[in-house]
Each structure stands twice: as C-alpha cells, then as structure tokens.
Design a protein around this ligand. Structure first.
Ligand SMILES: [Zn+2]
Length: 356
C-alpha cells in the first residue's frame, strides 16, 4: 500500500472509531441517571410520584432561595393563563391555571384517594405554581412551568388520563375536576406569601424538616406526625445489593469513598439520625456523606432506612417514599378518611399557614 493510501485508510478507521464511540455513549444512559428513575407502582391507579421533590428540586430549592427577580404576588384566578412546557412532546402550550392543575392532580395523586385529599393536593399544586411564578419560573421552552416531575410538577394530558384509567376515566376525571374547581383561586399563605408547597408520597409516620433535606429552613416546613400510613404499598421497601453492585454505585457517586467489595460490612456505617428518625450522615469507606445523597445514588425510596447483611448481600430496609418534606399524600388521604377537611389537612402539614 502506498503511503497516501495508508494514511487515507487510517483516517477512515479512526473516524469510524470516533463515530461508533459517540453513538454508543449517547445511547447509554449513565448508571446514575438510570438509578434515579423511580419505579412506578400502582400504575393502574396512578402513581404517587416523588414529584415536586426529588434531586432537581434540591437544586431548585437553592435557586429559589435567592430569587433573581421577585415578581409581585401572582393572582390565582382562573381567568389567568400560564404557559406549560410539555416535557414528553417538547411543546409549550397555554392553559388556564385550573386546566393545568387537573392534569397535575391526575398525575400526582391516585384518583382513588378521598375527595378532601384530592382538594388538598389541588391547593398544594396551585400554591407550588404560584410560588414558582413569583420566585422563579421554570424557563424550559420559555414556559412558566413544565411537566417533568423531576423539575416542576408531574402532569397528565387527557389522552394519558384515558389510557391510564380506562373504564374509570369518567368517574376519576370528574372527581379530580371537582377537586380543582371547587378550590379555584385558593392558595396556601405564610406571612401573606404563597408558600413553597413541597409534598411527597409517604412520610413513614413523621414528615421531615426542610432544612434536613434542602439545607434551608422554612417555618412551615417542619416535621409533623403523619400516622396511619402503614397500608400504603410504598410504606416499606427493600433494596438488595451484591457487594460489587454497591461498591460500583457508591464509588461512582462518591469517588473519595474508595469502597472495596471485600469485608464491606466494616466499611459502611450509619453515623447519625435526625429528629424525624431518618438517617442523617453515613460513613462509606473513607468518606462521610449525607443520607439524602446516598438515597439518590443508590435509588432508595427514602432516607429512613436500616442496613443489614445476609448471604453476602447488603440489604436496605426502607420506610416511606419521597423526601418527606411538607404534605404526605398518603397521610392526607388518611386524614380525609378520618373526616378532616382539606384545609385542616393543609394546615396540619404546613403549620402556621392559612388557606385563602
Ligand atoms: Zn420545569
């Protein structure tokens, strides 16, 4: 082969190698992205998601704490329209507040839940929107809010609701429509400002102090009791790892840990719990990390966990689902079953606030 021919052939080979590498990389979700996807349970009755909450909200919460431009308090009447970025179609649409909220409640809370719980969810979701409009709009697609549950609030279109509810569509959509429209304009306030209405699926008996998760305290996001949630399918869960799996996940997320699969039980230790009983700090190998970070790195449903070892495996027994801050959706349903109205539910989970 001539020198020129050899160079040309080499260039072709190198280019092909680069293209294949790029293709493989772009199609491979990172291990971290994969484990952050929460399993969807009870899909036939709508998942209670960890929305308005998970790791992105930690980022948003920090961003929220230093508002670049604080708008005047937005008016929550249903004449007003908002722009909504539909995450799965990548389109921005204009909706009235309550039309948007029916999609949020449909996505965020099982339609089987009590009417008063659905009303509490509607007001919490409306308040979350008002807080975002005031302190920091979503910005994706130039919109006020988006439907990515890891960024703003989950949302289902009517077509998605039909698909999800099947023969129950008429009953469930009426129930949710009523919950939203019977509370039109109502928002939760603290000191006359719309609150940061965080919520989660299952608290496991006690909600979490905001400062423990988001490093920022709010007087109305403090730990309160939330009894009676034991019947929820997400109340208890278990994550089982082989030493190799756990070492890989932890060392990827926390390189300073330098965990090794051999004798792993001596390298992991729960160091402290916070006042709500959730794990606060964990020693992993040579590193000490926050349980909230460990939860995201290895895909636990909450930071209320204990660790045990069996047949060479590491077992995490977990109680509750979500960050635990603000309203527990299952707890709201339990309170509604006990005869509480939606305002009583909201004032329990967001103490010191009032709904108007
Ligand atoms: Zn968003």
């Amino acid at each position: 082969m001539s020198k020129k021919g050899f160079i040309r052939l080499s260039v072709i080979f190198i280019s092909a190698f680069i293209i294949v590498t790029i293709l493989v990389r772009t199609q491979m979700p990172s291990a971290k992205a994969e484990i952050l996807m929460q399993p969807i349970t009870d899909s036939n009755i709508q998942p209670v998601t960890d929305s308005n909450s998970i790791e992105m909200n930690a980022v948003l919460k920090q961003a929220d704490s230093v508002p670049q431009t604080v708008s005047s308090i937005p008016v929550s009447n249903n004449e007003q329209t908002i722009s909504v970025y539909i995450y799965n179609t990548e389109k921005t649409v204009t909706l009235t507040i309550d039309d948007y909220l029916t999609g949020v409640v449909a996505a965020e809370m099982p339609a089987l839940f009590e009417t008063e719980a659905l009303k509490a969810q509607a007001v919490a979701a409306r308040t979350y929107l008002m807080h975002r409009l005031q302190y920091g709009k979503c910005g994706r697609g130039g919109a006020d809010i988006c439907t990515d549950c890891k960024h703003c609030q989950a949302w289902l279109s009517v077509a998605q609701q039909q698909k999800s509810w099947g023969v129950h569509f008429d009953t469930y959509s009426k129930k949710i429509h009523d919950a939203v429209y019977s509370t039109t304009g109502q928002v939760i306030y603290y000191n006359n400002q719309p609150i940061d209405a965080l919520y989660h699926s299952v608290s496991g008996g006690k909600t979490e102090d905001c400062a423990a998760v988001f490093s920022e305290a709010e007087p109305y996001l403090v730990s309160v009791s939330s009894p009676g949630e034991e019947g929820d399918s997400n109340y208890k869960s278990q994550n089982i790892f082989t030493p190799t799996q756990l070492v890989s996940l932890i060392n990827n997320a926390f390189p300073k840990a330098k965990l090794s699969a051999k004798n792993i039980s001596s390298q992991i230790k729960i160091l402290s719990h916070d006042e709500s009983g959730r794990v606060d700090k964990v020693k992993v190998g040579s590193d000490t990390i926050k349980a909230t970070d460990l939860r995201l790195a290895i895909g636990l449903k909450s930071t209320n966990f204990s660790i045990s070892y069996k047949n060479d495996n590491i077992i995490f027994d977990v109680i509750g689902y979500g960050h635990g801050v603000g309203m527990s959706q299952r707890g709201a349903d339990v309170m509604a079953q006990q005869g509480n109205k939606y305002i009583e539910i909201l004032e329990h989970y967001y103490p010191g606030t009032n709904v108007k």
